[in-house]
Structures are given as structure tokens and as C-alpha cells.
Write a protein that binds this ligand. Structure first.
Ligand code: ZN
Length: 356
């Protein structure tokens, strides 16, 4: 071989050896608002939601874990409902368990989306504007506080992510068995990937929710905001009733690690749900009047059509209505503390899909 040809060959071999490694390395910093992480590091700080008129603002605590290697961006949102503690606390301990030098891609973790509800200890609604943060997406920059929080999370977290997980549990009044939601409201490709995310997260019950709008301007929910913007996403439910129990936290954490392995952001194989139970129909039973609810059934148990889930009484204990299962199925959650306002949920019953 001619010397120059040999040199050229050696040069090409060298490029071939080193280019893939070079391409895998993450080169740029990653920023969300004032928080910036260099490749291979993590950084924490606050997104500020400014006050507007007489209404106060708030802060959204977040952590960026920016991998040393290139890869997708996974957005994790906890505390959309501020009284849903298990995933919030699970995600506080999570960043220390991820080695940014080993990570391929970037994790954006919102620790507490709804700080007013967290510090105010309110279920469902913000104590500032009485709105449910998970009903006002994609939000409004000139709206009320919950709408402004939704707008900033849409812009700074969802729009910068490739995949999104909205981590919930039963609210402070709800006893719940773990499950996740598959919302097939996106393109066939996004729906298929979201379905895989549900199975990969690893919870053994998956609710199929066909009720979500495919219109990005009317996405309403956190995860649906991602889906309608072309990003596969899921909503998970692990824990409830104001508890910070190890079992519920472990489920949330294990699910996130499963997804990191699924997306090849970390090495190893995910532990997928081997035979998930799909719930293809569900009904949330609601209070016809404000009063007192007395649960008569447990989350996670099966109930026959017409079986009594609980009794709604007035404040003197007089029965207003027996709440009965509309069909035979699984009780996904049941309200387990007495106060209820008209229109609020009392229980959710799901029907198990016959075959996949
Ligand atoms: Zn929730």
C-alpha cells in the first residue's frame, strides 16, 4: 500500500473509532429559567411565577440532571396536587440516586408544581384561586395563579422534554390502589409510545382514558398537554390519603428508573409489568350534595354491580344517598375521609378489559 494511502486509512480508522464517542458526549449546558446544569452535573433552583395584580406569585422548585452523554429529555412533574405526598417525597430522594456522569440525556424534575396547594395543605384546589391545576392546562400567562403555573410548566418543562410523566397519588382524602393512565389522544405513534411507557413504568393496572381532547389548546391535563404536543406521556398514581409510605414511594421511584432504562438513558433492562390489567371503562361517582361521606368498601377490592361503595349523609348523619357501583369492577380509589362538596369524587370504579 502506498504510504499516503496507509496514512489515510489510519486516519479513517481513527475517526471511525472516536467519532461515535464524540457524538455521544453531551456538549452544551441545559437551562430552565435561572437553573443551569453543565454536562455530567445536576443543579437545583426555582422557577418564579410572578405576582399579578392583587394575586400573589409562587415558586416552582426543580432539579435538572444533565447527563454526560447525549440522549432524550425526560420531564417528571410531582406535586401537581399539593396533598399528594408519596411521589413528591420519592422524587426528593431520587436525584441523589442518579449518576449524571452515567446518564445519557437529561432529566427535568419538578419537585412541587403546586406550591400554594402543598403549603396550604389543600386537596384538589389551589387555596389562592380555587382552581384545580390539573384542569387548567395548557395555562395562561395572564390568567389566575394556577393558570400561570400551568403556562410556565408547559413552556419550560413540557416543551423542553421528549417524554413526560405526571406523578400523582390519591389526594389527601382518597384511598387508592396503584395504577397509571394511558391517554390515546395523540398521533398513533405517540399513543403507541405512551402505551409502552405505561407498561414499562411497571404498575400492574392501567386505565385506558379515551375522554381526553386531542386539541393542544384544550389539553386540560399535564400529561395530555405533552401528548397533544407530540410527546409521549403518562399519569401515574402511587399512594394516597396524605401518607408517605415506603411502598408507594418505591413504586414511583422504580417506575422512573424503569423508564430511564427503557429510553437507554441508563444501562440495564426495565422491569416491565408482565401482565398488566387494562381498565377499559371507568366511572367516577360524585357527590350529588355537600355533606358527609362514609366509605363502605376498600380501594383495590372488587365490587358487584349495585354493591354499596359508601353512604352520603347530611351533617346530622341522615342518609342522602347510598353510592352504588354502576357495574361490576375494581375500586381504584374511594374517598376515605368524611367531608365532601357537591360535585366532588366519592369513588372510581373500573371495568377490567376482557382481552388485550
Ligand atoms: Zn392528583
Amino acid at each position: 500500500m502506498h504510504l499516503w494511502n496507509r496514512r489515510l486509512l489510519q486516519f479513517l480508522v481513527l475517526i471511525g473509532l472516536f467519532l461515535p464517542v464524540a457524538a455521544l458526549a453531551q456538549r452544551r449546558d441545559f437551562s430552565i429559567g435561572p437553573v443551569t446544569a453543565a454536562p455530567g452535573t445536576r443543579a437545583s433552583g426555582f422557577l418564579e411565577v410572578p405576582a399579578r395584580g392583587a394575586e400573589p406569585g409562587t415558586r416552582i422548585p426543580l432539579t435538572i440532571i444533565h447527563g454526560a452523554k447525549a440522549g432524550p429529555v425526560l420531564g417528571l412533574v410531582a406535586g401537581t396536587h399539593g396533598y399528594e405526598y408519596a411521589p413528591i417525597v420519592a422524587m426528593q430522594r431520587f436525584p441523589a440516586k442518579v449518576d449524571a456522569k452515567e446518564l445519557a440525556g437529561t432529566i427535568i424534575l419538578v419537585h412541587i408544581a403546586n406550591m400554594p396547594s402543598f403549603l396550604g395543605r389543600t386537596i384538589y384546589y389551589s387555596p389562592v384561586d380555587n382552581k384545580n391545576l390539573n384542569r387548567v392546562y395548557p395555562g395562561k400567562a395572564d390568567g389566575t395563579l394556577s393558570e400561570r403555573i400551568a403556562e410556565i410548566i408547559t413552556r419550560e418543562v413540557i416543551d423542553k422534554s421528549n417524554y413526560v410523566v405526571d406523578l400523582h397519588c390519591g389526594d389527601g382524602n382518597e384511598s387508592l390502589r396503584p395504577y397509571s393512565y394511558w391517554m390515546p389522544s395523540g398521533t398513533p405513534e405517540v399513543n403507541a409510545q405512551s402505551r409502552e411507557m405505561n407498561i414499562t413504568f411497571g404498575l400492574d393496572h392501567i386505565v385506558i382514558d379515551n375522554e381526553r381532547s386531542g386539541d393542544p389548546a384544550k389539553s386540560v391535563y399535564t400529561a395530555n398537554t405533552a401528548i397533544t404536543r407530540g410527546k409521549p406521556a403518562i399519569t401515574t398514581e402511587t399512594g394516597g390519603i396524605g401518607q408517605v409510605d415506603a411502598e408507594s414511594m418505591d413504586l414511583a421511584e422504580a417506575g422512573v428508573f424503569n423508564l430511564l432504562r427503557h429510553f437507554k438513558m441508563l444501562p440495564g433492562e426495565p422491569k416491565r409489568a408482565a401482565h398488566p390489567i387494562w381498565i377499559d371503562q371507568n366511572e367516577v361517582l360524585r357527590a350529588v350534595e355537600t355533606g358527609t361521606f362514609h366509605a363502605r368498601a376498600k380501594a383495590g377490592s372488587f365490587i358487584a354491580e349495585g354493591g354499596v361503595l359508601g353512604v352520603l349523609t347530611d351533617f346530622f348523619g341522615k342518609t342522602i344517598q347510598e353510592i352504588r357501583a354502576p357495574f361490576s369492577g375494581l375500586i381504584l380509589y374511594v374517598v376515605a375521609t368524611p367531608p365532601v362538596n357537591q360535585g366532588e369524587p366519592l369513588a372510581m370504579v373500573g371495568r377490567v378489559k376482557k382481552s388485550d
